[in-house]
Design a protein around this ligand. Sequence first.
Ligand SMILES: [Zn+2]
Length: 371
Amino acid sequence: MKFADVVGQSIVKQRLLHGVSIGRVPHAQLFLGAEGSGALSLALAYAQLLLCENRQSDDSCGVCGNCKKSQQWSHPDVHFSFPFPGKKGERETASDVYTQWREILTKSSYVSYASWMKSLDAENKQGNIPILECRAIIRNLSLKAFSGGYKVLLMWLPEYLGKEGNVLLKLIEEPPEKTIFLLVAEDVDSVLNTIVSRTQLVRIPPVEEEDMVEALINKEGLEAETARKLSVVSAGSYWTALELIHESENPFLEPWKTLLAFTFTGRMEKSIAWADEMSTFGREGLKSFFLYGLQLLRYSLLQPYGVGASAWNAQEADLVKRLSGLNLGTDKIQGMVNAIENCMYEIERNGNLKMILVDVSYQVSKWIKKS
Ligand SMILES: [Zn+2]
């Protein structure tokens, strides 16, 4: 990835770029920043810059052969190391989970330890950088650089390196020529002192609010106001902001849009297909679905007064606004609310789900058409 893909952090970027431009590249650096600050992203962009065949003054070129390989996380001179849950004979070195590592980075370079472990189906297991992995590092770095330039070892979360990590000390202190260690840590107190003392510290501050807002608008397509709210709650962690966007994607929103679309346009032949699909939510799921819809309807009445605006994400707010714009009035909304409450009662009484669902769609449509 390029520096341009890293959210904010212009001061750190400038320092790193300046160092490379004057040929000052410390052989062991510790990128230290809280989760979501972008420390890993910066280290990835820095590694790409070091290997780029056509460095620009402000970034790697992004198009040369080396950049292309770096961007696919497959440059033979960039070795990755990270914690993973060990399994004898299957997961002994980082390269055994390299496919998953590439997958998670391809989604986003803003990764948390928890999300990484989750992607390995190992939420409840302990990650580790074991001795076999340390030996693999020593072996890999003893090989000649494939492209004839720098060779980089990027170790994410050296906190998970146990005492075995001390076998790396000699290598970190006196690495082969043009070999660069980039360690990316969140908690310096948990990293072996012997390692910290051999590295140059690069402190990565939390992402600035303005930078976060800009990225959420331009990269994630959020509206300015939502972006601002998210950047406040995520307190400098872009990873948290991304998680919050994801969480706010309510699975019930689309089915509600569908229901309202066909009931408003009177295309009731669609109600059976909708009921078929909705019945897969099950009784509990459907109760939540209807409770959510009741909220949408109630807020559509309050929307003109600006009540509850903060509770919705951009798409939900859009639907509430559109509902409100139809000026259905209190009576019709109340009629729809009653129909939905009846339907929830039927669901609780173990009625046939598909029949209940088709019925409620007709009830909603009846209230919409009522003059
Ligand atoms: Zn390049």
